[in-house]
Design a protein around this ligand. Structure first.
Ligand SMILES: Nc1ncnc2c1ncn2[C@@H]1O[C@H](COP(=O)(O)OP(=O)(O)OP(=O)(O)O)[C@@H](O)[C@H]1O
Ligand SMILES: [Mg+2]
Length: 463
């Protein structure tokens, strides 16, 4: 229940307010003077303050000031005996929520109180949500003590405060989006929007109108003005995910934002200034795309001001134990089944040999699955999926799209080969000779395939 402070030097008014507001279910505290009101404000967390503008020789604005300082989320409503527009305006400028002239109707004050309390609820919730969100992207929630990740942390902290464009590269599931958010939520734009778009997930014309918005009548179905995502992210950060897949027409628009800080809505005639911090991510090799002329060279240089490369998980296996613990806590809390407090050493060993083609995301999924399936207090090898354990036999291999006619055979075979090689390596503790034997391959052929699929574990390449 919200308690309300009523400050007024007139006893009859205080009594009236107490009766009326208590009837509505509120708890009411009264103060006959400015001094008393300020004292109460410093000692209590009121949901709402109603104060007279003039109390004897003292000024109700002082009550307003005290409330703004001590209780920033608490709305303050000013009551005035004569509708003095001037003082009311001063009060509003200083942050009063509203004002009401005496004598007032019961319904009027009831409505103002109700609305003011509603507003307070919203602003408290908002603040709470913002802190919760910011916490989630604290650097402390990005896990990893490997040198590579530590360097990235330093870089993130340094660039977060600037507006410099960042290009994040790395295989799928390495944490590109997580780092993009960490940059935004640790910088001075954190109270403005973080908006993202996946350039590969939408047809070209839709992507364009989503990004830029359109004027009324820009095309047949544009029956009203629509703000684009870039405009709505103003003052915040804009995340271009899979930027390598952006069609050339979108690349031009992006270049314009980077160079001129402005956009033009579809069907529009004037440029609209935008203040955006651009973060882009890709898991393809942009410089190769530049060579193939499917990515603009000028855009590539504009984006690549601060490159951040996230190495694949198999190249930073020292991060695995901490990541496992982090995800165990996360999914224990989410599924609160049995409490799982660790992992068996031989299960962890599997983790350290498996090449994690899906990187951190795959590890996270494996842990979530194990948390759900495990019946013991520790994750055992038996709760891990088959592809990690290398127990599959040829007839257990799932062939994706076997029933489809338009399957890319080369690509599918390649994926199967990668899985089998990775698996054999894992079952042989990373020793190439042993793994080659398991697949009936020569050492050279095995080594070639390992390199082709980038499955090499750097610490073990000379056996
Ligand atoms: N260092 C890390 N610490 C904690 N969680 C991580 C870390 N890296 C990645 N994750 C988690 O792994 C999952 C995948 O990360 P994210 O979505 O950022 O990857 P991505 O590189 O954007 O992948 P994709 O290219 O497939 O979009 C997320 O749930 C993310 O929170
Ligand atoms: Mg992503």
């Amino acid at each position: 229940m919200s308690s309300i402070l009523v400050a007024d030097d007139e006893k009859s008014l205080r009594d009236f307010m107490v009766i009326m507001l208590e009837e509505e279910g509120y708890q009411v505290v009264t103060a006959p003077s400015v001094e008393k009101a300020i004292k109460l404000i410093r000692e209590n967390n009121f949901g709402l303050v109603l104060t007279d503008i003039r109390m004897g020789r003292s000024n109700g604005i002082d009550v307003l000031d005290a409330a703004r300082n001590a209780l920033p989320d608490t709305p303050v409503v000013m009551m005035t005996a004569y509708a003095s527009a001037e003082t009311a305006v001063t009060a509003m400028k200083k942050g009063a929520y509203d004002y009401i002239s005496k004598p007032f109707k019961i319904e009027d004050i009831q409505l103002i109180v109700k609305n003011a309390l509603e507003k307070r609820k919203l602003s408290t919730e908002n603040r709470f949500l913002k802190t919760a969100l910011n916490d989630r992207f604290q650097i402390s929630n990005v896990i990893g003590k490997s040198g590579a990740i530590q360097k990235i942390f330093d870089l993130v902290e340094k660039v977060a405060q600037s507006k410099a464009t960042v290009l994040i590269t790395g295989e799928s599931g390495t944490g590109k989006e997580l780092i993009a958010k960490a940059i935004h939520f640790n910088g001075n734009r954190k109270n403005y929007p973080f908006v993202s778009i996946n350039c590969g997930a939408m047809p070209e014309n839709l992507l364009e109108s989503e990004l830029l918005g359109h004027e009324k009548g820009a095309f047949t179905s544009a029956d009203s003005l629509k703000l684009g995502l870039m405009e709505s992210a103003n003052k915040g950060s804009f995340f271009f995910d899979e930027v390598g897949e952006a069609p050339l027409s979108i690349q031009v628009k992006l270049l314009r934002v980077l160079q001129e800080n402005e956009i033009m809505r579809l069907g529009g005639t004037k440029s609209i200034p935008v203040d955006l911090r651009i973060i882009a991510a890709t898991n393809s090799n942009l410089s190769e795309l530049v060579e193939k002329k499917s990515f603009r060279e000028d855009l590539y240089y504009r984006l690549n001001v601060i490159p951040i490369h996230l190495p694949p998980l198999r190249e930073r296996k020292e991060d695995i134990p901490d990541l496992v613990e982090f995800f165990l806590n996360k999914y224990n809390a989410r599924h609160n089944k049995t409490y799982i407090n660790g992992i068996d050493p031989d299960a962890l060993k599997v983790f350290e040999w498996y090449p994690w083609p899906g990187n951190v995301r795959e590890l996270e999924n494996v842990i979530e699955r194990a948390v759900v399936l495990e019946t013991e207090e520790r994750i055992r090898k038996t709760s891990l999926p088959d592809e990690l354990l290398g127990q599959f036999s040829p007839d257990k291999i799932q062939v994706p799209g076997l029933e489809q006619s338009d399957i890319d055979l080369e690509k599918t075979l390649d994926q199967i080969e990668k899985k089998m090689i990775a698996n054999a390596l894992m079952r042989s503790d990373g020793i190439i000779n042993k793994a080659a034997e398991k697949l009936n391959l020569s050492f050279r052929s095995m080594r070639y395939r390992i390199e082709k699929h980038k499955l090499k574990d750097k610490s073990k390449n000379d056996d």
